[in-house]
Design a protein around this ligand. Structure first.
Ligand SMILES: [Zn+2]
Length: 63
């Protein structure tokens, strides 16, 4: 079981801290002026989903 990360921009959670989608989400938020709520970490994907997050198609589910 590994922890997952959310960025506060979008509604996805990520399994890899270096996920390209996570990185572009960070950049996109800055470029577009979104208020970033900061990153949040969950102890597991199940916890993130229980909190309403959906899996990132890039880094979640190909382990
Ligand atoms: Zn991802």
């Amino acid at each position: 079981m590994s922890e997952v990360i959310t960025t506060g921009a979008g509604d996805r959670y990520h399994a890899a801290d270096d996920c390209p989608a996570l990185q572009s989400g960070r950049l996109g938020g800055e470029v577009q002026g979104y208020q970033l709520h900061g990153e949040q970490r969950f102890a597991s994907a199940a916890e993130a989903e229980a909190a309403g997050w959906t899996p990132c198609g890039t880094c979640v589910g190909r382990r």
